[in-house]
Design a protein around this ligand. Sequence first.
Ligand SMILES: Cc1ncc(COP(=O)(O)O)c(C=O)c1O
Length: 363
Amino acid sequence: MSSLKIENFIKNSVIELSAYKINETESNEALKLDANESNYTLSKNIKKRYADFIKDTLINLYPDSGSKNLIKLLEKFYDTASKNFIFGNGSDELISIILLSLKKDVVVNIPSPSFSMYDIIARYNDLKINLIKLDEKYFDLPENISSNEDKSLKKIFFFSYPNNPTGSHFDRNVIIKLLENKNNIVVVDEAYIFFSNKKSFIEYISKYDNLIVLRTFSKIGLAGLRFGMLFSGDKLINEFKKIKLPYNINSLTLSSIEFFLNNFDEFDKNIKKTIKQRDKLYSALNKFNYIHVYPSDANFVLIKLKDKKLKNKFDGFLRDNNIIIRSFTGNMRLFYRITVGMPAENKKLVDYFKSFSGENNFI
Ligand SMILES: Cc1ncc(COP(=O)(O)O)c(C=O)c1O
């Protein structure tokens, strides 16, 4: 019997991809600081009230698109009418919905480095991609990005704000300038904005009909629920509503989000703790002269090995000690992104980094 010729059915852009690799660990000993989750868990008291709240969720029925209470809570939380937002199974799904809706002659502009899913999803949608190389010193956009634009080209820009993995913000005025050209759509992905003191772009959706803002609760302690939101003006959102799958958010997640919005103080406390820990971690890591540490407005810190000869040894050290932080390839191979963990985890990490410099007297 002959076998299936995969290339007769599956797009080349899919065949050429590698599956997204998730770092899983069986070991309780591992120091896992790679996925920008929050390692804070819920207090006993909240856990009990949460269990009580969701126990009557009707899982025999398809989910509705959120109870009236949930919609009201979200309208208030984001100060936006519900007609201007949709939910996604994480903001990943919303990035996918945006890219799925685009015509093939729209060029997808993605800063490099940035969140990898913009590029991956654009690729398998067979869209043209333009990578905007960020300068390594500040990781900002090239100054001439808006003035040098070919105004006749149709473009979409993805700006993670703050940017993953650099932790820095792009210049707000440059983003606004790009929004002023109606041949551009600008996506501002605010996955990490809870940790930054910059203002959200959500309030601009009534002013700029070519603006899309993405939010998620994944980074503040609810990654497992998979709940993201997309905000935009009437024109764009009405198109996205047509391709969003009808029951994309499960009933337990919808109930949970309602409960957690009513108990947001708990998360607010943890956000503040994370910011403090991030700044402490930054200062502690900054003392090691074998790495460069980048200031961050997010829940992670980016570092770079100063000497490329250390790369193999450092990777071996991480592996041997079960330290899981995000590493990169290509021209980012000397960089590592460290998620801010609990105080004890951050201390453990700093101690490991200290012992690495101790082992390597030449550093
Ligand atoms: C910039 C950015 N956007 C979106 C996401 C995805 O978030 P979600 O968990 O809501 O799918 C991430 C996750 O790492 C991210 O870094």
